[in-house]
Design a protein around this ligand. Structure first.
Ligand SMILES: [Zn+2]
Length: 84
């Protein structure tokens, strides 16, 4: 059992420029995919999350806790980005 799939999100506030990277991982094996974990990271934002057992949880919207601005959420997929 290990991590077989991952999803990374980049969350950015257009007002203050705060950037968080949130991530979620699916555990299991190739022949027996398990469940997705909840999203971690993104603590500077209030996240609205939609759970999906097949494709994993998705961030529907994010609000900056600092300024209350709606943040931009960019889905990055499997690979963890180096330069964000
Ligand atoms: Zn902000």
């Amino acid at each position: 059992m290990g991590i077989i799939d991952s999803t990374y999100f980049r969350i950015r506030c257009p007002q203050c420029g705060t950037v968080n990277i949130a991530e979620t991982h699916q555990r299991g094996s190739n022949w027996s995919p398990g469940s997705w974990g909840s999203i971690s990271g993104g603590g500077d934002f209030s996240l609205s999350v939609k759970d999906d057992d097949v494709s994993g949880p998705d961030i529907v919207s994010a609000t900056c806790k600092q300024c209350g601005e709606a943040a931009e959420v960019e889905l990055h997929g499997f690979a963890k980005p180096k330069d964000w």
